[in-house]
Design a protein around this ligand. Structure first.
Ligand SMILES: [Zn+2]
Ligand SMILES: [Zn+2]
Ligand SMILES: [Zn+2]
Ligand SMILES: [Zn+2]
Length: 323
C-alpha cells in the first residue's frame, strides 16, 4: 500500500515536471510572421515547436474585397477578401445577376441594375427619351425662366434655361428715369491701346443726393475729391445725361442668346467724342447695371483701341461719407 502511494506520488511529480518542461524550460520568443486559421491570426513561440504559447491573437480584419470573377445572369462570380493584417484570404460567392425592375438613371441614360449589392452589372441601357417639356418657371423681362423635360421611360428630369424676354420701352424708360439716379455708384474702367502700348484708366463716382465723391486713376496716378453741393449736382446731371444718351432705347435690340442689348447702329459716346458700333447694355432688377463698348480709330497712322466697361451699382444705397 505504501509502495503504491509512493509510486503515485512519483508519477504526479513526473507529470508536474513535464508540464514545467513544456512551459517554463525556456523563455518564449515570438515569431515575426503571423500564424493563421479561418478566423484569426497570432504570433507563435518559435523557440520550441512543442510550446503552445502565443501572443497578439485577434480576428482577421477584412479589406473591401476584390471581384475576381464577375457574376453574370448565367453564372456565379467570386469575390476575394484578404486580412489587412496577416494577408489570409477568403473567397465569397457572388450570386448570379438578377436585375431590378425599377430603372436606374444618369444624366444621359437609364438602365436596369443588378440587385446584388456592389455588383456593377446592368442591362437595357438606353438614352433618355425626352418629352416636349413644360415651362415650370416663366421667363420675365430680366430673369430667365425654366423649362423642365422628363424621360418618358424612366421619369428622369432635366431643366433648361429659357432666356428672359427683354425690356419693353416702358420698362426701359422707367429704368432710366432721372429719379433713379440720385444715389448710385458709377465705375468706369477703360483700357487704351495705342501702338502696342496699353494703359488703364479707372474712375469711380459716388453720388448720394447732393453729395459726391470721385476717384480717378490714370497712368498710375490717383486723384480723389469730395464735391460741394452745386458741383456734385451738376456732375451728376452731366453723367446721367451721358448715360441716357448712350442707353437710348432706339439704339438697341435685345439678343436672347447672350441676354444683352446690342447696339444696332453707331452710338455717340460723348466723353470720347467718338461713335461706337459695338455697345452692349445689361439690366437687372429694373435697373441699368452695365454699359460696355469699344472703339477703334486711327490717329496719325497709329491704331488706337479703347475698351470700356461701366458698371452702375448700389442704387439707393451708396454712401459718400465725408472729408
Ligand atoms: Zn515558448
Ligand atoms: Zn488576419
Ligand atoms: Zn450582378
Ligand atoms: Zn430615361
Amino acid at each position: 500500500m505504501k509502495k503504491f502511494l509512493s509510486a503515485l506520488l512519483a508519477s504526479a511529480l513526473l507529470l508536474l515536471l513535464g508540464v514545467m518542461l513544456a512551459s517554463c524550460a525556456h523563455e518564449c520568443e515570438f515569431s515575426e510572421d503571423w500564424s493563421k486559421d479561418e478566423s484569426s491570426h497570432w504570433h507563435a513561440c518559435e523557440v520550441s515547436e512543442k510550446c503552445e504559447e502565443i501572443t497578439d491573437k485577434a480576428e482577421h480584419t477584412w479589406n473591401e474585397g476584390k471581384v475576381t470573377v464577375k457574376a453574370t445572369p448565367e453564372a456565379e462570380g467570386t469575390k476575394v477578401y484578404a486580412c489587412k493584417v496577416c494577408g489570409y484570404e477568403k473567397t465569397e460567392v457572388i450570386p448570379k445577376c438578377e436585375f431590378s425592375a425599377a430603372w436606374s438613371m444618369g444624366e444621359r441614360t437609364h438602365w436596369h441594375a443588378c440587385l446584388t449589392e456592389d455588383c456593377t452589372s446592368f442591362t437595357d441601357e438606353t438614352e433618355h427619351t425626352w418629352n416636349k417639356g413644360q415651362l415650370t418657371t416663366p421667363a420675365t423681362a430680366d430673369k430667365d425662366g425654366v423649362k423642365t423635360f422628363a424621360c418618358t421611360i424612366c421619369g428622369y428630369e432635366k431643366t433648361e434655361a429659357v432666356p428672359f424676354t427683354g425690356y419693353t420701352r416702358t420698362q426701359w424708360s422707367a429704368a432710366l428715369n432721372s429719379t433713379v439716379f440720385e444715389n448710385f455708384t458709377y465705375t468706369e474702367k477703360g483700357t487704351v491701346e495705342s501702338g502696342g502700348v496699353r494703359s488703364e484708366v479707372e474712375s469711380v463716382y459716388k453720388f448720394e443726393k447732393s453729395k459726391a465723391w470721385i476717384k480717378m486713376t490714370m497712368y498710375g496716378e490717383t486723384f480723389e475729391e469730395y464735391l460741394a453741393q452745386s458741383e456734385a449736382k451738376s456732375m451728376r446731371e452731366d453723367l446721367v445725361s451721358s448715360i441716357k444718351d448712350i442707353a437710348s432705347y432706339s439704339n438697341y435690340e435685345y439678343d436672347a442668346a447672350t441676354r444683352t442689348y446690342k447696339s444696332k447702329k453707331a452710338v455717340y459716346i460723348e466723353s470720347l467724342g467718338l461713335h461706337s458700333n459695338n455697345v452692349t447694355l445689361k439690366f437687372e432688377n429694373d435697373k441699368l447695371t452695365e454699359i460696355k463698348f469699344n472703339v477703334t480709330y486711327v490717329e496719325s497712322g497709329t491704331r488706337v483701341t479703347i475698351d470700356e466697361i461701366i458698371t452702375i451699382t448700389d442704387y439707393g444705397t451708396t454712401v459718400v461719407g465725408s472729408k
